[in-house]
Design a protein around this ligand. Structure first.
Ligand code: STX
Length: 311
């Protein structure tokens, strides 16, 4: 069960550099157990419901919108936006809030960023709860552009429809040109088509709201532009870097929660991570897709949060 809706006890905007400012908030116990929530995408941003994952009597939950996402500004901004920037932003926020170490909770792209952050600053991470694993490797990006459409062919047809046949040999490049076009009449329809495609694929049970939200102008502007930007740049990591870096975090208590029917981030990736990291708890949720809000996924994540709370 989710905890009741809750308002932050503190929030603010943190100026990161001359261009980006980041929205952050804290919920629960000011002296509680520090926890960091990392949203997906990249570019998704946090929603208030994310706050309800964390026991407000125990956790000091810190949530923030990654640069270019959600309430951070400027939304959809690709300049000075890379994995290294986001890792540095997390450290900046940790220092600003006076937190020594924290439990890091991330799904999908949030799992990618959680692994990158933990491998860069293992001494700052007291635990990891990861969901819907995305390692940012070439095969996963190819899957996003072509594999997902095998399960949602009608959505994939809608996704490719705006792209002329002659450009369909490289869908990522074709979309990237349109997503980064300065004319809103060009980039906004491309953003919405990309967001809707992804949103339509996140749930095992039909979830029109997810497609609607991800395809909305507000979310899609940052989600589509940032995802395409990170995909074109191979998430700014060498191929295989996060698996190669496991030696730095093997000792950190960790849980991996994965949906069997996750069409966005298929379980093959989660299994590669789990087999390379046998110390981590691995839980495959049979009747679930990608979204953290799927019943089986949510239940498993809440159980892992209780496990860390009661440890
Ligand atoms: C590779 N990006 C996958 C990701 O982080 C993600 N999956 N679903 C989402 C939305 C909920 C924003 C559609 O984000």
């Amino acid at each position: 069960m989710l905890y009741p809706p809750i308002e932050p006890f503190a929030s603010g905007m943190l100026a990161l550099d001359g261009l980006h400012s980041m929205y952050w908030e804290q919920c629960g116990q000011p002296q509680g157990y520090p926890l960091l929530y990392l949203h997906g995408g990249p570019g998704d941003g946090c929603v208030p419901a994310c706050r309800q994952l964390f026991d407000p009597a125990f956790y000091r939950a810190v949530l923030f919108d990654q640069r270019g996402s959600g309430r951070s500004s400027p939304r959809g901004e690709l300049r000075d936006n890379s994995t290294a920037h986001l890792v540095a932003d997390i450290e900046r926020l940790r220092e600003q809030l006076g937190i020594e170490r924290w439990l890091v909770f991330g799904g999908s792209w949030g799992s990618t960023l959680a692994l990158a952050y933990a491998q860069a600053h293992p001494e700052r991470v007291s635990g990891l709860i990861l969901r819907g694993i995305f390692l940012g490797e070439r095969r996963e990006i190819d899957w996003f552009l072509h594999g997902m459409g095998q399960f949602f062919p009608e959505e994939w047809q809608r996704f490719v429809a705006p792209i002329p046949e002659a450009e369909r040999g490289d869908l990522l490049a074709a979309y990237y040109r349109r997503l980064t076009d300065p004319d809103p009449a060009v980039h906004l329809p491309a953003c919405r088509a990309w967001g809707r495609y992804e949103g339509a694929c996140v749930a095992l049970r039909p979830n029109a709201d997810a497609a609607e939200r991800a395809g909305s102008e507000y979310v899609a502007l940052s989600l589509a532009r940032l995802e395409a930007h990170y995909f074109v740049n191979r998430v700014f990591l060498p191929e295989g870097a996060l698996l190669a870096g496991l030696a730095r975090i093997r000792h950190i208590p960790a849980a991996i929660v994965q949906g069997r029917y996750d069409v966005v981030c298929p379980p093959a990736t989660a299994l590669r991570l789990a087999q390379a990291w046998p110390q981590a708890h691995y839980e495959l949720v049979e009747a679930a897709g990608h979204s953290l809000w799927e019943p089986g996924i949510l239940e498993a994540l809440l159980r892992q949060l209780e496990r860390f709370r009661d440890a």
